[in-house]
Design a protein around this ligand. Structure first.
Ligand SMILES: C[C@H](O)[C@H](O)[C@H]1CNC2=NC(N)=NC(=O)C2=N1
Length: 120
């Protein structure tokens, strides 16, 4: 029928991630896997997660491990810490959007948090 294309989601569908230019083809699937723990920001260009540890010491250990990886990867989060809680946001500024580096860093954060141990 004439309106059949209306059923096809436009590339700016509300719930779609906006990726940085020139990303590998497997990135969307890998990024979607993160969305059980991470939230897509309102801009749809960033992912955010809150971690709650059992102490400030563990939160700081986590941030220190992530900071070392940031230095290696030359990729940096927007983040905040309050006592035992850490909030992290990953996005890429140039080219703007979510990139493989954001996804790799988010996966790294999840592995670190698992090793350190989150509050249950
Ligand atoms: C030159 C240097 O690699 C760039 O400025 C990096 C630094 N860290 C960065 N971090 C993040 N999250 N996004 C970027 O686009 C970015 N750019």
């Amino acid at each position: 029928m004439a309106t059949s294309t209306a059923h096809v989601a436009p590339s700016h569908a509300r719930d779609e991630i906006i990726f940085s230019a020139g990303q590998p083809s497997h990135l969307p699937e890998r990024a979607l896997n993160l969305l059980s723990n991470w939230h897509l920001s309102a801009s749809r260009k960033a992912i955010t997660r809150h971690y709650t540890f059992t102490s400030f010491s563990k939160a700081w250990k986590f941030m220190s491990a992530v900071a070392d990886e940031c230095k290696l990867r030359q990729h940096h989060p927007s983040w905040s810490n309050l006592y035992n809680k850490v909030t992290i946001e990953w996005t890429t500024h140039k080219p703007e959007g979510l990139s493989i580096k954001d996804v790799e860093m988010a996966e790294f954060c999840d592995r670190c948090a698992d090793e350190i141990g989150l509050k249950v």
